[in-house]
Design a protein around this ligand. Sequence first.
Ligand code: BGC
Length: 878
Amino acid sequence: MIQPYDLRCEYLPSPVLGLDVIPRFSWKLQGNGKKQSRFRIIVSNKFEDILLGQGNVWDYSADSEENINIEYSGKELQRYTGYYWRVKVWDENGDESEWSEPAYFEVGPLGDWRAKWITMKNPRTFKDPAHKNELYHAIYLRKEFVIKRNVKKARVYVSGLGVYELRINGKKVGDSVLDPAQTDYLKVALYSTYDITPFLNHGKNAVGVILGNGRHIKDYGYDKPKLFFQCLIEYENGEIDFVLSDESWKATHGPLKENSFFYGEHYDATEEERINGWDLPDFNDGEWGFVEVVDGPPLKAQLMPPIRACHTFKPQKMWSPRSGIYVFDFGQNISGWVRFRVSGPRGTIVKVRYGEILNRDGTVNTKNLRAARSIDEYTLKGGGTEVYEPRFTYHGFRYAEIEGYPGIPSPEDIEAVFVHTDVEKSGDFICSNEIFNKIHQCVVYSQLANLMGIPTDCPQRDERMGWLGDAQLTAEEAIFNFNMAAFYSKYLMDIKLSQREDGSLSDVVPPYWKRYPADPAWATAYATLLWYMYFFYGDKRVLEEHYESLKKYIDFLEKNSRDLILEDVGQHGDWCPPGDRFPKRTPITLTSTWYFYHDVLILSKIAKVLGNEEEHLKYSKLAEEIREAFNSKFLRKAIDHEGKERWYYEGLRLSSKDRMPTSQTANVLPLWLEMAPPAVKEKVFETLVNLVEIDSDAHFDTGVVGTRYILEVLSDNGRIDLAFKMLGQEDYPSFGYMIRHGATTLWERWEKLENKGMNSHNHVMFGSVDTWFYKYLLGIQPKKEKWKEIHLKPYFSREITFAKGWITTPRGTLKVAWEREGKRIRVHLEVPVSTLVTFFVPSLCSVVEPDDLSEKKVILFEAGVHTLSLEEVQGGND
Ligand code: BGC
């Protein structure tokens, strides 16, 4: 029997509130059956029905293995209405499961927007050195309302640009911070939905909102912070009421003053008295001014995990480099802020400066933050213990320098708060090689620190932008480590909204910096994320929603090419190879044209999935033409000094003596997509191996693009040993080199740089290599969409004694572990329901247990727990 669990609506766990799309349902499966053969979903607006197994708006069964994204098609769903749903399944023998636990979703206003966008008239401004235009002090808004009847349920639909905190009757609502997720605020703002029933009083109530700048600033084309608040109150007698943001609200300034992502924030607690009780009823707001009503963008539900304070770190070390200054080392580079406890005289100012690295004298080195001031300032009110943490800023840091603290701070009173989009963990990996484990940890931390409602490049300097390149390169890694489905669905919307009439996309999305047209190696995020959403999460809806826009983008590339070669659109290419920011030997034209091919291939596959055979053929043909153009432009033959024929893809000539101008990346890319004619493919691979093994002594000589693919190309073509060696290096340039120099997150550059300029110590863009641990060392290679079929090809390296890991796929959790003892290798495997794993026995191994498999070279595993013992026959494994 199998049993459904972990029910999801639009990828989110129950309850899902404020829905504004037709819901899709998913569940996972556990138990000892092999696969699901049938399912039944019931949906009802009455809980009693659901308990009785009845769906009064939808009752749907199908003979199907599908458990992912089943789209609702029952009676029309009503705005503001809640629905319960349940599912049951049958296994391959027709055995029926129990009903799942009930889950709940609720529909939002569906366009019934009654509130108005409001803001303060003439708020105070300040200058942030990172921005041209002025920013605003935090704005406090309030409104009182009365409840005369018994409340059945109350919901708030709220958005505050750039960032807000919502408070009702003195308490913060929800546990998210820095809400809403960033978008292009001219096009859309995301609203969150809260159940505020438990916050309300019979009688008088008050709502208070603090607004901060976030990214809703003039430099990026926006203006003052503003609020949209719509509260629906449903009474027990069935009547409804609304509390709405409108001209009757009042506004003022308060203790939270200057604030911005780059600046930090200033909180003056001496000002608390003046507005004490501002978020409670019966407060005298006579001094406050009335708000003004302003225009605002359309609203969409924020159907993704919010940003939260996810984890805290205690200081590992503390020292005082100068009198009155204390530095704390939290042992891990993160995104977030410091929370501290303090008591001292009123008016004392405590300042916290943040940084990733140290100066020689033990002070915090902030040079690489560029114009980001990154200081939080707290003015004590005095008279007891005070706890402070900022609200409307965040920093990238491992070290914090505290100045002005009354007395000597105790490490007990200080902690670092790790703040990021709270995506669920969906995979992990560990093995006997410490460098590998540390690389994996660095990637995971860099990835989390760079999820802030959008995927960012870095969390510390005056940038923190949604660079599409960084996003696309690490998307597969992120998907292996975290459940990214909801996050990427939203980001795909951001990408689409950034598209210009001519089809071009911006390097940076949301386009706070308008960088059109994007480098194709960056803009490929559009095609790449779409394909991953389908391949890994089975999401066909996003393909439908974005198909026309993706076509428009491809048309743009085609129009801007010369004979299908893209010479004028790229500007970064194989960004940040060793020794430089710009690609040295890999022509940008080559990376741009390669991504053109890559994206057209994806578009042709999407056309096929959507059943558009004609366009599938059209784009397959276009892809083929690009391949030919690419080969005739770049594929070259040379005769080396030994008179041997060599084939390679041509890179930039660095000197006239350069007989074979090429680079690792120039060969890696066409090999990854099998573009070379079969007759010369091996020769090209030989060139690559020579470049890696001989010219670079098994080191990376790649920027972010080449690094993404090189380990896979080496591994797939019989040189996994070389990939293993490169990844395990500890001297420059390598990941081990970063780690040996104290990295706890990945650097932006292969070099150890600590001065002004481009040298973030928390960039995830090189983190693409993390998938190699899952896909090659553990050998988990998804072969069919939705993890339906998986090839298992572990690399039983002799230098490793064990490797193990897990991935939660949309069907359940897949676990793989292997362990070596001399020539014996034991493999442990747990396969989720409805999944087929094909295990490939390495050619130099044979199965010894179970003995009925001893002749096998390929073994099929269905759902369940399996163990195998293998023995190396001779010499090692292939
Ligand atoms: C960012 C990179 C980004 C690059 C593009 C940098 O400033 O930090 O990660 O992709 O610019 O050139």
